[in-house]
Design a protein around this ligand. Structure first.
Ligand SMILES: Cc1cc2nc3c(=O)[nH]c(=O)nc-3n(C[C@H](O)[C@H](O)[C@H](O)COP(=O)(O)OP(=O)(O)OC[C@H]3O[C@@H](n4cnc5c(N)ncnc54)[C@H](O)[C@@H]3O)c2cc1C
Length: 304
């Protein structure tokens, strides 16, 4: 990789103020873990995202799209290539006709949920406490408390692997459990259109408050993590298996199986990615040996 010409292309695509080098990914993940990305770009407009990714493709440089980094474990050695952040930037959300909300990929779920509530629109309450962007939610089909992103999405505007911008309908999106066609095909989400329903504002607020209370009661929200570490295995709950195996509190370095919710590996202070990986492996081995269940990480692991 010719780093000089890559840098110049990224600056031309996104503006010099939005391109950084050797950026610590620990600053961009909720785990607070991750070594430096060679290049880190935070484009402010959709066309700048398109141009940035176009530059990476043209120069044959690997790139990673990151939202709020709330489902990521980045290796201690960091990431070679370019990280494109869509969070904080690209974050407008607006009504567009009855029950329709259009949100840029970088908008947080919390912002969409509170706007929907203000407009007396129900349906997004389930996602209010999922600490990511709508881009991340649509790629992962984020879900909680009986709701899933696919229940409320009408269409998603994406940049496809050929560099074309296209609309992906609900039927085409192939949403499954924490999966989507867009994830499989390496698409980048630019914006989403949500279909919500009219409801009583006080009732919506009550549901959001209730779900927030449940999260605070059950989840270790006061320490860094990436949420549920493992996917829900068919017919079981990962947290219950881990708890029953006596693994709560199991720790390597600063990474620990949460004592509050066994489904979370948390960073209790100075955890490295290597610590987390060792905890994950140990948990997988013990649960497989004890219950014959293979736990698969839900957290996406980059740079290993
Ligand atoms: C405390 C806590 C609680 C959580 N609770 C839940 C929960 O209840 N339900 C749940 O489903 N998840 C939960 N999560 C996990 C996480 O918040 C979700 O997976 C979320 O949807 C990830 O969004 P993000 O913007 O942070 O994406 P990131 O973590 O930045 O990225 C995740 C994946 O999405 C891709 N991606 C992100 N944005 C885009 C884009 N614009 N275009 C293309 N790809 C993109 C990335 O490349 C990566 O593959 C929780 C996490 C934490 C820390």
């Amino acid at each position: 990789m010719n780093t000089e010409s890559l840098y110049r292309s990224l600056v031309a695509a996104a503006g010099v103020e939005n391109v950084r080098t050797d950026e610590p990914m620990s600053a961009h993940t909720t785990f607070r873990i991750g070594g430096p990305a060679d290049f880190f770009v935070a484009p402010v407009r959709a066309q700048d995202v398109v141009a940035t990714i176009g530059a990476c493709r043209q120069l044959d440089v690997p790139f990673y799209v990151v939202g709020r980094g709330s489902n990521l474990l980045v290796a201690d050695a960091g990431l070679r290539g370019v990280v494109v952040q869509i969070a904080g930037n690209l974050s407008s959300v607006a009504m567009s006709g009855e029950g329709t909300v259009v949100a840029d990929a970088g908008v947080t779920n919390a912002k969409v949920a509170s706007m929907a509530c203000r407009e007396s629109l129900g349906g997004y309450e389930f996602a209010a406490g999922i600490p990511g962007t709508v881009g991340g939610a649509s790629i992962m089909n984020a879900g909680a408390y009986g709701g899933e992103f696919r229940d409320v999405a009408r269409k998603v505007v994406c940049l496809d692997a050929d560099g074309e911008t296209r609309e992906v309908s609900r039927d085409e999106a192939g949403w499954g459990y924490r999966s989507s066609m867009m994830l499989d095909e390496g698409m980048v989400v630019l914006s989403v259109e949500l279909e919500l329903h009219e409801d009583d504002q006080a009732a919506i607020q009550l549901r959001m408050d209730e779900l927030a209370r449940k999260r605070t009661d059950k989840q270790p929200l006061d320490v860094p993590s990436a949420g549920s570490t493992f996917k829900r295995p068919e017919g079981h709950f990962a947290g219950k298996l881990i708890q029953d195996a006596g693994l709560q509190g199991y720790a390597v370095g600063g990474a620990e199986v949460s004592r509050k919710h066994a489904g979370f590996v948390v960073n209790v202070g100075g955890a490295t990615a290597d610590d987390v990986v060792r905890v994950i492996r140990h948990v997988q081995e013990v649960v497989l040996a004890s219950y014959g269940v293979a736990l698969e990480p839900e957290v996406r692991m980059w740079g290993f």
